[in-house]
Design a protein around this ligand. Sequence first.
Ligand code: PEP
Ligand code: MN
Length: 362
Amino acid sequence: MKHDIKLEPISKWGVKNPKPFIIAGPCSAESEEQMLETARGMDLTKVSAFRAGVWKPRTRPNTFEGVGSEGLQWLKTVKQETGLLTATEVANVKHVYEALKAGIDIIWIGARTTTNPFAVQEIADALKGVDITVLVKNPINPDVELWLGAIERIANAGVTKLGAIHRGFSRFEQSIYRNPPHWQLPIELRRMMPDLPIICDPSHIAGTTTLLDEISQRAFDLNFDGLIIETHCNPKVALSDAKQQITPYELSRMLGRLALRSPETSDPEFLQTLDELRSQIDKLDVELLRLMGTRMKVSEEIGKVKKSQGITIFQAGRWDLILKKSIELGATEGLSEEFISKIFKAIHEESINHQTQIMNAK
Ligand code: PEP
Ligand code: MN
């Protein structure tokens, strides 16, 4: 089903740099100094809005749950000083009223809230007749209908500055991602609502800083409209999501590295196929790593046995045999001798290191 809901493009949202639309700022507002220092470090020719959560949905109680409404005033100060638009998360009607009272420009509905139609409907009702930008994160479970449903509820309240955020989905399998992306879902959402701006949240997808580049580039390649990136003046001491936040300087560098491709050259079918293949590769890589970990554990067991018998770690005959067998088997899999030798030498070396540790343990 295609939608005919009329939405305004980002260029009509009062955004200084609409393509790509970059929102950056800390996971949580912690203090006015932390907010100002973070905002002052930003490249204002690229970043358009400043984010900070003041009410934090945390999995477990007794962790930092946000500074509350006081943080909204700090957002205002950031706006006064830098001209950046302000953005925060709302999860209930009280949050909406507080955010509106403080003059926040953009509110987003978090992944946990999107899963709950009652909560979304209450927020939508509170937004009737209000001119504000609303971004809806995907629900934590990969259900495009639930995501679309939340967007429809907000649109039906008359909000026309409306967008979606892909922040990845909860997982039960091992993954390199904190919240693995399912790119088919935002692609499907785009098909259903072609005018809906979609931005990507690489920080919550990755859960670590090392994957941010790759995820952001992927989002651009899939013609996303922008990014929301957790940025903190001193990530190490952040009160929430410390591992995934980058400094404003790192953000500028990263934005400089990303390539914006023109949408005309990105054939959605090609991109989807490429994406499915890449996700197969990602799964296989996880399996490879897990297998190597298991192999090392077995090799540690061998180390223990050798230690108890007082024999040497390295036994040349055994190693020659492994290499020979692997080259033979590799050939049947279409793998070159050079590749097998390289990879097995590396594995053997790591294995010896693990065994040495066992041998030398007191
Ligand atoms: C956040 O943006 O800090 C946040 C809590 O995100 P999510 O709702 O995606 O978990
Ligand atoms: Mn966060």
